[in-house]
Design a protein around this ligand. Structure first.
Ligand code: XBP
Ligand code: MG
Length: 235
């Protein structure tokens, strides 16, 4: 049976990562840090899911001993940088910096018209999801989704399956009755560990990832409709 489609956000619904990158670099500048991530560096850093975790990983790389920093100051700094980064990102999305990837809206509309449920499973923050969905779908975007799993209610980041397990539990559905959509190997590992068939739409940041075990890898969702998904899923 196919009863629901569960979507990752960053990189899957939209090519958001270049805006996230700009937002991180803005936060570093604003806080007077001499950090600046290039696109190449960020492509590698995306192996670490979650903005706070990513900055912490970078900090540990450039300052392995962290002798000068106590734990409280470390958390405060990361939280402040992430707040600045999130405000910049939300503002950029509100100004129209990001549009949905091809086929996303059409697949969501077709699925809803056929009585399938939609859900979101992402590592990002609720304000970032709301900004993107408001601009893409409208003010009532939340009513289109039966469940939304994000950094606020599933704090253990992908490749851990927590966010997918949370969404499945909130929907009251079995993994066998859903298909997930992802763009990265961390996302694929998280969805697969939750028992989900996963369709991958890579992008320039994730094209080199290992997608072994995916249900299908397609350039974008314009190639995908509900009939095709049922055929691939077939269980
Ligand atoms: C996306 C992420 C996010 C964004 C930044 O992963 O890892 O961290 O890059 O967002 P996925 P935050 O698409 O697998 O959810 O700074 O809000 O974490
Ligand atoms: Mg993603």
């Amino acid at each position: 049976m196919l009863n629901a489609l569960i979507f990752d956000v960053d990189g899957t619904l939209a090519d958001t990562e270049s805006v996230h990158l700009e937002a991180f670099n803005h936060a570093f500048r604003q806080e007077g840090l001499d950090w600046h991530w290039s696109t190449e560096q960020y492509t590698q850093l995306l192996d670490i899911s979650g903005g706070k975790e990513r900055m912490l990983h970078h900090w540990r790389t450039v300052d392995p001993d962290m002798k000068e920093v106590d734990a409280g100051a470390l958390t405060d700094t990361i939280n402040r940088l992430h707040e600045i980064k999130t405000a910049y990102y939300e503002n950029a999305v509100n100004s129209g910096a990001v549009t949905l990837r091809p086929g996303v809206l059409a697949l969501m509309s077709e699925a809803r018209a056929q009585g399938l449920q939609l859900a979101i499973a992402t590592t990002t923050s609720p304000v970032n999801i709301a900004a993107l969905m408001r601009s893409a779908i409208g003010l009532d975007w939340r009513s289109h989704f039966l469940a939304v799993g994000d950094a606020s209610n599933a704090p253990i980041k992908k490749p851990n399956p927590q966010v997918y397990m949370k969404v499945l539990a909130d929907m009251g559905m079995r993994a066998a009755d859903c298909v997930a959509f992802e763009d990265s190997s961390n996302g694929l590992r998280a969805a697969t560990a939750a028992g989900l068939d996963t369709v991958i739409t890579p992008n320039s940041f994730t094209a080199h990832h290992d997608f072994k075990g995916a249900l299908r890898v397609v350039p974008d969702l314009s190639q995908v409709n509900v009939a095709r998904l049922r055929e691939w899923h077939n269980r």
